[in-house]
Design a protein around this ligand. Structure first.
Ligand SMILES: [Zn+2]
Ligand SMILES: [Zn+2]
Length: 271
């Protein structure tokens, strides 16, 4: 375990209790927090589920991708589904979406006070989920659960969190997300074709606090030129396989100490 991971584990233990309940801001509290429910690549690894991240901004929660059932993770942490406001899906591959149907299903019939907007790459995705619910005997999606089709550009702003979708080339309708909250700028790359081809250049327009990148489809060393240009405070590689480790470690060595962390399940980053 690296020093960065150790400190994240400590923060996880220290911060979990506070975020499970009251959310009144006090001096020194961190109000943008990212928890990795799943950090694996295209298939699960021992101790690592597929991609699913929870972003907490004050009392609100948002998901980036849902490759694993998310309600299990919320329940484990004592987080009410009522706090979840939106889900943003980078693309429809199963390792980013396999948790969506159980999430919508449970919200539809059980957690009926939840109001969630779900941002998907295509209208086909909306009808696929609704079709599954129909097979399950549920007549229709209840009021309070809404689907939205992503388009490049600003897609969401609830006054606490702003999300801008940036087109990538991993699939015909894949996107990265620029996420802005509490004066912080974060980027989630989703899966990419390669850093040279489709790394979102928006990172050069803002002082970036955190960039969360995928590590599965090319050598992590390909990120070095763009990282050197953008100078973000911190980078995190997620969505990696065991055979990606050598080039991830090489990249870590090429960057200032503790600037790059590797995501593991349950890891928490305070931003
Ligand atoms: Zn993937
Ligand atoms: Zn993919």
């Amino acid at each position: 375990m690296t020093e960065g991971e150790k400190s994240c584990k400590t923060k996880e233990m220290a911060g979990g209790v506070f975020f499970a309940g009251a959310a009144k801001k006090q001096k020194g509290d961190v109000f943008v927090r990212l928890t990795f429910f799943g950090s694996s690549h295209g298939v699960p690894e021992p101790g690592r589920k597929c991609t699913c991240m929870l972003l907490e901004v004050r009392e609100n929660c948002y998901f980036i991708d849902m490759g694993t059932p998310a309600i299990d993770g919320l329940t484990k942490r004592g987080i009410s589904t009522d706090r979840v406001k939106s889900v943003f899906v980078t693309h429809m591959h199963g390792d980013h979406t396999n948790g969506l149907i159980p999430f919508v299903d449970l919200l539809n019939w059980y957690y009926q006070t939840s109001k969630v907007s779900i941002y998907l790459p295509s209208e086909e995705a909306d009808s696929a989920i609704s079709g599954w619910l129909a097979c399950n005997g549920e007549a229709a999606l209840r009021e309070g659960i809404t689907f939205h089709t992503l388009k490049e550009g600003p897609v969401f702003d609830d006054g606490l969190l702003k999300v801008t979708a940036v087109k990538t080339q991993h699939t015909a309708d894949s996107h990265a997300f620029l996420v802005q909250a509490e004066g912080k700028n974060l980027l989630f790359t989703g899966d990419l074709a390669s850093p040279k081809k489709d790394f979102p250049q928006v990172v050069l327009e803002y002082p970036m606090d955190l960039i969360v990148c995928e590590g599965a489809h090319f050598s992590a060393m390909e990120y070095l030129p763009i990282f050197e240009k953008c100078g973000a405070k911190r980078y995190c590689i997620t969505h990696y396989a065991p055979w990606n480790f050598p080039n991830m470690l090489e990249l870590q060595k090429a960057l200032p100490k503790e600037q790059l962390v590797f995501a593991t399940d349950d890891m928490i980053l305070e931003i």
